[in-house]
Design a protein around this ligand. Structure first.
Ligand code: G1P
Length: 275
């Protein structure tokens, strides 16, 4: 059995919901309290043992590469200011624990395409996918990716994290249907990307956390554009689900949709008030 040790961060999107801020700053670099959005996801992945971090970038996303690299000049400047130097500890600790690889997506044809572009970085092993827009926090235990790794180890197939959403919100998500095989764990029988509320198979929506198996690459290569004219990972997963190879897991903890201004403000308040 192969251990999950790689993570993938698709970070090529334009972040149009945050224009004009994201005109010149990657949305993954917008701060939530004192660290950028993507810091939270990378920390969650590394804490789950996924220390091999792979990030798919688009044009103008260079600030992300710089963030995950040591800044010697800054550290030299701050050498005699230990309090300020200490502020770099959270990022320096991630840099020390992880190895980072970056690749450009080129043409942007959707999430499924961004994942497919990582085929050579991932190779023949299971891997976690984190959409940095979604910040998750579980103050009372393991982070969401760690929870999913534990489930992967038991079921040995693709895992998607899900949460209940109001029925009228299904159009913003991939939505699953399945049989509950354990409390909060479903063997997925159907999944639909961004269904209209009346067509949604349930109100269990996929959030930005996945564990995928290498079989997904061959499927993605053949997947036609779906919802929004984009290649959807949900459609590729639906193929795996036909063989019973997808588990949906109702994760423990909170999730903030930082792809929307409301969710971003909520996260900002939450982390500001968190001790
Ligand atoms: C993507 C996925 C969708 C999932 C969502 C979670 O959509 O395609 O299935 O529910 O992330 O945030 P996006 O938000 O990129 O449109």
């Amino acid at each position: 059995m192969s251990r999950v040790r790689k993570s993938l961060f698709p970070a090529a999107g334009y972040g149009t919901r945050f224009l004009p801020a994201t005109k010149s700053v990657p949305k993954e670099m917008l701060p939530v309290k004192d660290r950028p959005l993507i810091h939270y996801g990378v920390e969650e992945a590394i804490d789950a043992g996924l220390t091999d971090v792979n990030i798919i970038l688009g044009r103008g996303k260079g600030a992300i590469e710089d963030y995950f690299d040591k800044n010697y000049e800054l550290e030299t400047e701050l050498q005699n200011k230990p309090k300020k130097l200490k502020l770099l500890e959270p990022i320096n600790s991630l840099i020390q624990k992880g190895t980072f690889t970056f690749r450009r997506q080129g043409a942007m044809r959707g999430l499924g395409d961004a994942i497919f572009k990582a085929k050579s970085m991932i190779g023949d092993e299971p891997f976690g996918v984190v959409l940095a827009d979604d910040i998750c926090d579980n103050p009372s235990g393991d982070g969401v990716m760690k929870q999913m790794v534990d489930i992967y180890e038991k079921y040995q197939c693709a895992i998607v994290a899900v949460m209940e959403v109001p029925q009228e919100k299904t159009e913003s998500y991939g939505v699953i249907a399945g049989d509950e095989v354990e409390d909060g764990i479903f063997r997925v029988s159907n999944m639909v990307e961004k269904p209209k509320p009346e067509e949604a198979p349930s109100n269990l929506a996929i959030i930005g956390r996945y564990i995928l198996i290498p079989e997904i690459f061959d499927i993605l290569e053949k997947t036609e554009p779906g919802a929004g004219g984009e290649i959807q990972v949900t459609d590729a997963l639906q193929e795996l689900a036909k063989d019973g190879k997808v588990i949906a897991y109702k994760f423990k903890g909170k999730r903030f949709d930082c792809g929307s201004v409301d969710g971003y403000m909520e996260a900002m308040n939450y982390f500001y008030n968190k001790k």
